[in-house]
Write a protein that binds this ligand. Sequence first.
Ligand code: NAD
Ligand code: MLT
Length: 540
Amino acid sequence: MPRVLISDKMEEPGLEILRQAGVEIDERPGLKGEELKAALRLADGVVVRSGTRITADLIENPGKLKAVVRGGVGVDNIDVAAATRQGIVVMNTPDANTFSTAEHTISLLMSLARHIPAADASMRQGKWEKGKFLGCQLTGKTLGVIGLGRIGREVARRAGQGLDMKVIGYDPALAASAAAQLGIETFSSVDEMLPRCDFITVHTPLVEQTKNLIGAKQLALMPKGGRVINCARGGIINEQAVVEALKSGHLAGAAFDVFVEEPIAKDHPFLALPNVVITPHLGAATAEAQLLVARESAQLLVDFLCKGVVRFAVNMGALDRAEMEEMRPFVDMAHRLGLLSAQLGKGPVQTAEIHYRGEIAKRSTRLVTSAFAAGLLERGLEQNVNIVNARMLAEERGIEITEQASMEKGDFSSLIRITLQSHLGGTVLAGTLFGNQYLRLVTFGSHRLDAHMDGVLLLFTHRDVPGLIGHIGTICGKNGVNIAQMNVGRQTAGGEAIAVLNLDARPPEAVIREVASHPQISSVQVAELPPAGQMPPWFA
Ligand code: NAD
Ligand code: MLT
């Protein structure tokens, strides 16, 4: 029974989904430090909100942990690179908070324009300061939206269609034509857009490139009397620069829902400024969004832990059940080719070029390439290697893995051909699928063959002379080594040939030496593969 740690509060409907799926729940919101580390090691999956930080240190030795689900959008409280390195899938619930956060942004926009929080506070002090809170009308004003993803677009739609504002925007990933269809004029840089903005609102993720995206220089580009809103992540708009611009009178107001440090310090300069509206990270704090997040987080984990389905992963491609079934034999083949590459290649692999040909080239091969990388690395590394971390680990070790695809069929309906290079030279391996499940090694070096890709393989290159195969059979027989399958490939009669024997067990070293001592045998190699049909543990 899989076990799931709930380390931040989860609404009851989410817990119910986990219970119904037979998942064991370890519900301990607020765990920290060593206790959290220990609980993570015992869990197959964990659901966090924004309260728990999953740091590299916490998952250095991850135990059973296979998945982290962030209930919400921002994964900046999770060290995604560290999780990927450990082979842990990180998923989020990207849609659940969109509408609530867009609505909160609009609330902040209107609060800023009409001083609503300050007016409310003043009335509660028994005052009637009608003249003090002169606002600005939004109709006809220009709003610059930076980051036109899910939330940015909803904000743009509400501001444009609902409030009659002119909406302009900047997002490097959105083509101007697509933005125009949304009624948004876009610019090729933030700086170019800022002089046109009465208000700006940021909706990007917090990553290295967006830290301090709006600083003193950018604020200075806005017209005097501009206003800024950050309902995305603390640090995208530089807080100190905003304080300076408010004090100088260049900015007329600022509204922040998110902060560099949360909760903010008691002496945060925003607290002393009258024209700032602040809320304690309330973007997604609606009953509706909380329920959605709980349900979606729980379902993501149930799908992953109970069915192997991956959705909304931020560190690997999505995988649905049907796709997994379709890709199963190719994943198996690529994983075995990776294992063979590690064992039969000439020295440590520096580059591996994978050529997909025929039917397989029509499918998404990303997963298949990761399976190859996992096979290539898994026996040489102490840590757990799987399709989440294999390519990253290969890259970190300087192994370059590239892909090519051609849909034209050659001799086989699907072929995976691997060209390996190391400082000692190159090797080629190719595998194909007979029927729906029979894997065959059809190329090794310059030899063509038809060898089974399972169990222990004894490969020897030799001169094609009579009696040699019988001689090797005798050596195996007298040493109790059973030959399950045998395949011989030769280029010309009497020329260079290769034989592949599938053995029931690894032959003793003495047997390998005896085989190698035959004058017509030029090389002997042994490789071990899983039994036929045994998928890697990371592929349910
Ligand atoms: P999203 O991934 O759908 O959209 C982000 C957009 O930002 C993308 O279109 C991307 O191309 C764009 N972008 C990336 N770098 C950029 C740059 N340098 N300049 C301009 N645009 C850039 O994300 P989303 O769901 O819309 O979430 C947006 C932000 O809101 C995230 O930071 C998220 O964490 C935050 N969020 C906050 C709350 C809250 O409670 N306040 C709730 C939900 C989400
Ligand atoms: C999010 O990233 O979804 C928001 O910050 C909401 C939250 O989790 O509090």
